[in-house]
Ligand binder design. Sequence first.
Ligand code: ADP
Length: 289
Amino acid sequence: SYDELKKCTNNFSESNEIGSGGYGKVYRGMLSSGIVVAIKRAQQGSMQGGLEFRTEIELLSRVHHKNLVGLVGFCFEQGEQMLVYEFMPNGTIRESLSRRSGIHLDWKRRLRVALGSARGLTYLHELANPPIIHRDVKTSNILLDESLTAKVADFGLSKLVTNGEKGHVSTQVKGTLGYLDPEYYMTQQLTDKSDVYSFGVVMLELVTAKQPIEKNKYIVREVRLVMNKKDEHYGLKEIMDPMIRNTDSLIGFGRFMDLAMRCVEESAVDRPTMSDVVKEIETILQSDE
Ligand code: ADP
């Protein structure tokens, strides 16, 4: 209940705040059972209300996979909207890549992170009635647990978030700039291939550590340019994350790049499925054994 959650976060005090995002603040708390949780407290009016919302949340709390951040519960009381998640002590992979957390991801760990999150997304896409399209795949939505296993957060939530205007549910394209599938943006036809595009951008971030849009430069376009000039001396090393640039065993680097570029194809039919992506990264990792 609301009162319980209030107690477990010390009244939502600043000292328990761990971040803020698209629709409110995130707090760390401990349930009376001893489980450490992250509580997302929505800003007033940022989520749609009513029965439909509850049904959707109940559905999401029944979705379980090793590579998805588990929704432990929710609270919808006294004008409050809160979602309770299992706590991820090692932050987001965006934080690791921008060195805002103490976690260094070496190349092999990056491959495992990609594989784990791809598995989580495949699970969502392959769920029976209804499959779930994440719609907001990005590096700040992929978190690391205590053993650095990647877990995707916020699945299925983007359709519950309104665009700010009270009571108005927008049918506009949802997602984050830089990750948005250009075809979905143009046609507004949402398919699982939109997640594949966003995931391709995530893969490029794992290689470059750059944000998808930096100083008016768009990562997909940048890498495409470099890839086309591949035979020339000027190459991928230029845009590679300095943290992995000098590693001697960049296993499967070429294949990983090719896969990423297929994921960000302009046209959805040219992109692989998430399940194809999983198989390819598994093959890359096995080639090291
Ligand atoms: P965004 O809207 O950018 O996705 P969120 O609201 O999902 O942001 O989360 C904001 C921040 O809170 C994240 O960047 C992360 O640092 C932290 N956070 C979110 N969920 C969890 C969790 N389950 N465990 C630990 N930290 C979390």
